[in-house]
Ligand binder design. Sequence first.
Ligand code: T3D
Length: 263
Amino acid sequence: MENQLVLVDRREGYRVLTLNRPDRLNAFNELMHAALHDALAEAEADAGCRALILTGAGRGFCAGQDLSDRVFEPGQVPDLSATIERHYNPLVRALRRLPMPVVCAVNGVAAGAGANIATACDIVIAARSAKFIQAFAKLGLVPDSGGTWFLPRLVGRARAHALALLAEPLTAETAESWGMIWKAVDDDTLMDEAHRLASHFAVQPTVGLGLIKQALDASEFNDLDRQLDLERDLQGQAGRTPDYIEGVTAFFEKRQPRFRGRG
Ligand code: T3D
């Protein structure tokens, strides 16, 4: 746990990254962006890390951009494109490209970029008391961090428009019933459930799981022909991993497979 703004807890085969500015509901400032960037890069570089949990300290998951860094002098013209380009877009791209499953454990309110960073993860579970808020419209802003891409795909056009334009809180249970997240769970079981998922992934065929992420992401913009070609190519890659041989061998030997993962 050497990094204060993002706590890193190394477990057997996975890491827990905790956004750690609880007095600001874990809103992003420059330093927390840098800390999360480093924590993700270190997890990716560690072949022994086969899954991640992303969560928040305290009562919130993440309240998006820290607005106390957005108080401007009269006449000053903010350049928000610059911070999106420097921080939020690389973060979402990093989450999508990580070659391992990322479980987001939404422990409390997820607002603005915080809501969209959650839905950029692979599996989102949320405490029943958590809420998702596309807070941008209240500030005259546009959903960022992939929100305008993920939301319509997850919940459909009508709900995405209402969420983004009204900026009303969405409960975890409704988010689950709309297919925006995987599950809403009782608050006191959230982290147990997150650890259960990450421990499961920590012994799975990680390269294959990374290829599944790639295939599903690509399906969002491929037609069927392209997707069939991609599945052919990715299956070729998966079939060349030792974990595939191990999976088939374990099946015939009627035992649990011992997958190597990324090693
Ligand atoms: O700027 C760019 O670079 C462009 C990118 C933008 C990305 C974005 O995310 S824009 C959207 C920014 N976020 C918001 O607009 C959300 C603002 N926060 C809220 O609306 C509410 O705090 C919540 C709905 C999230 C939670 O409400 P509640 O009543 O549970 O808590 P609270 O009392 O409002 O907040 C607790 C404390 O956290 C409070 O501080 P205090 O009064 O105890 O000293 C509050 O000011 C602080 N806080 C919450 N969110 C932020 C924040 N401080 C700074 N920035 C925040 N985003």
